[in-house]
Write a protein that binds this ligand. Structure first.
Ligand SMILES: [Fe+2]
Length: 264
């Protein structure tokens, strides 16, 4: 799927509004400054580089993060209703963690993680619009996200560190040390990581369903023609991508994005 320019714009406004509404103290402005600095990159980022994952289209990252924030707030109410100890974390910690949980997907300060696919065969046959940028040294998404925050002087609490670090739950083996603990004293002292993980899982699942269930049911594009999985450069998306270029993406500086948009 593809987002129109007005959706990308509206999602970005909502993304900043979430910071404004929920983050307090000195770090609120620092966070707003950080996202202002990387506005162009973050606004247009996909949430993943492969169609098989979720929201692998321009603006997909922010759309995903906003959904995780919404789901996290709803999950929080559910956990409270069912008797979880809500005194162990704050709403601000939940929203801060949700907003920044996938920040590491951005890449390094200098280089984007996901750049337009240059391999014509992979783009046309596999529908891969993006590829990993090899200029970015490897780090896990949580580690890179936490590094970006600290390197811009944005403080996070112990709870937020734990939630961002473990947001993939047991899908990431590295989280076993936090989530597979047998001894009660080694288990997290707050439900925050579980609430964030549930919200992220829910959002990613919904985004998967939206992209793939119609295709699997044969309602939209046939799976036989991989070109049907094309997001970028699909002529059926010409109208929306043209308006995307004209509005939200008019002042793009990134060379990679410019090339990608020129091909839309
Ligand atoms: Fe996520």
């Amino acid at each position: 799927m593809n987002l129109e320019a007005k959706d990308i714009q509206a999602n970005w406004v909502q993304f900043l509004a979430n910071i404004d509404a929920h983050i307090t103290g000195e770090r609120k402005q620092k966070l707003l400054d950080f996202y202002k600095k990387f506005e162009e990159r973050v606004m247009l980022m996909p949430a993943a580089h492969k169609k098989e994952y979720h929201n692998a289209f321009p603006g997909g990252y922010v759309e995903h993060v906003n959904r995780v924030v919404r789901c996290a707030l709803k999950q929080m109410d559910l956990w409270a209703e069912e008797g979880a100890d809500m005194s162990t974390f704050t709403k601000e910690e939940l929203v801060f963690s949700a907003i920044n949980h996938d920040l590491g997907k951005m890449g390094s300060e200098e280089h984007e993680s996901y750049i337009p696919q240059t391999d014509k065969w992979r783009k046309e046959k596999l529908g891969e619009d993006y590829m990993f940028n090899t200029k970015v040294p490897f780090a896990s998404v949580p580690d890179r996200g936490l590094f970006l925050l600290q390197s811009h002087g944005i403080q996070y609490t112990f709870n937020e560190m734990l939630a961002i670090q473990t947001h993939d739950g047991l899908y990431d083996e590295a989280n076993k040390k936090y989530l597979f603990a047998y001894m009660p004293e080694q288990k997290p002292r707050t439900s925050l990581p579980f609430i964030l993980h549930q919200a992220d899982l829910m959002a990613a699942r919904i985004e998967f369903e939206r992209e793939w269930l119609p295709k699997l049911k044969g309602e939209k594009n046939s799976l036989d023609g991989q070109k049907a999985n094309f997001t970028l450069g699909n002529s059926t998306n010409q109208k929306s991508t043209t308006s995307t270029k004209n509005k939200a993406l008019g002042s793009i500086k990134s060379e990679g994005l410019k090339n990608m948009l020129d091909n839309l």
